[in-house]
Design a binder for this molecule. Sequence first.
Ligand SMILES: O=C(O)C1=C[C@@H](OP(=O)(O)O)[C@@H](O)[C@H](O)C1
Ligand SMILES: C=C(OP(=O)(O)O)C(=O)O
Length: 429
Amino acid sequence: MKFDPSGPLKGTLRAPGDKSMSHRAALFGAMSADPVHVTGYLDAADTRSTLSAVHALGALVEEGAPGTLTIRGPGLRGAGDAHIDVGNAGTLMRLLPGWLAGQRGGQWTFDGDESIRRRPVDRIAKPLRAMGADIEATDDRLPPFTVRGTQLRGIEYALPVASAQIKSCVLMAGLLAEGTTTVVEPEPSRDHTERLLARAGCHITRDGDRISLTQHDELELGAIHVPGDPSSAAFHIAAAVLVKGSRIVISDMSANWTRVGFVRILERMGGVVVGDLETPDASAIRSDEPVTELDVTAGPLVGTVVEPHEVPLAIDELPLVALLGCFAEGETVVTGAAELRVKESDRIATVVDGLRGLGADIEATDDGFVVQGTGGLRGGTIASHGDHRLAMLGAVAGLASAEGVTVDGMEAAAVSYPGFESDLRSLLT
Ligand SMILES: O=C(O)C1=C[C@@H](OP(=O)(O)O)[C@@H](O)[C@H](O)C1
Ligand SMILES: C=C(OP(=O)(O)O)C(=O)O
């Protein structure tokens, strides 16, 4: 699929439902005793895998108008035996075992696509085993793997990396574990799990970098609205900043401060983005999910240094920071982002190789990359390597390039954003 250099982007767009919140809405919906009504649910391959998973565990999923569904769960302690195909969804693979490990009996096998079979699960197996869980993984660290339900006990666990997936898994296991479960975060990461647990009536508290939760009987959630995904919106935002004369509005986007690190980095680089973002505050647990409207205008950019503590707040948007760096004056550096190597692809290698193939001056480091801004990109061909974020990166690069970009494997975008190409083209004038 070729993306030619384009004229200005204009218009208003709502990005599809947030992927992280959609996974959690389906999982926590299934863990609830009463029906949970969801609006704004993301209809994409990853979040379809989650609906299939909760169905396999015994939940009823009634789909209504687009993005609207009702989940009638088997409840916190009622998950039935199943084989779970997570497809390409790392979030599903890392969160769901947390719920299942503490069931009274039962057995679940997990597997997924070629990419998921390369993604580590020892990061969740280790804390779950410390809680008493029974988990067997391939080579002790990869899918396919098996979880058998057993009584768990609460632990205190210091996360070795700032990962919302590991944090969420341990907290979910804590719901069924005896005593108190505590996770200690090296840096704050997305906090949708904590907010949902607080809303569901769980006893969850935060003291500095320590999040604690005690065993719980029933989740009470009611209705959940999933706002637009900032990680999906980021591709349109980047395109609007890079193509001269552009002005777009992104409506109904999550303004959760743990998700908008990319907008903060972009503002520092000189991008003009107007909108109300939530004020960072890692001292307490909130229970709401704020939304905002962003007004984005193209403008000249300068290079920046992305510090390790900013990485979890913009992890899936860091490929776009590399692209922006190509167009910025001076150097753009990302550090402390070794986690990029264990995503759908090794995103340090695929971003560096991919952008270099389009004419970028970019070097990989062990934990990030260094880009020298050259004021533009020539264009050419980029391979998605089956990674949705790489495919969408290539499309945006094409619009801002001199000669256009052919994306090899554009269909990968359907993992998080099936309507991406038509949404992007709808903004072109
Ligand atoms: O919890 C989540 O919904 C996610 C957490 C992040 O992964 P890590 O926790 O592995 O950093 C992110 O990259 C992923 O797209 C979604
Ligand atoms: C890393 C991602 O997702 P997951 O870990 O759920 O596969 C992503 O969406 O960029």
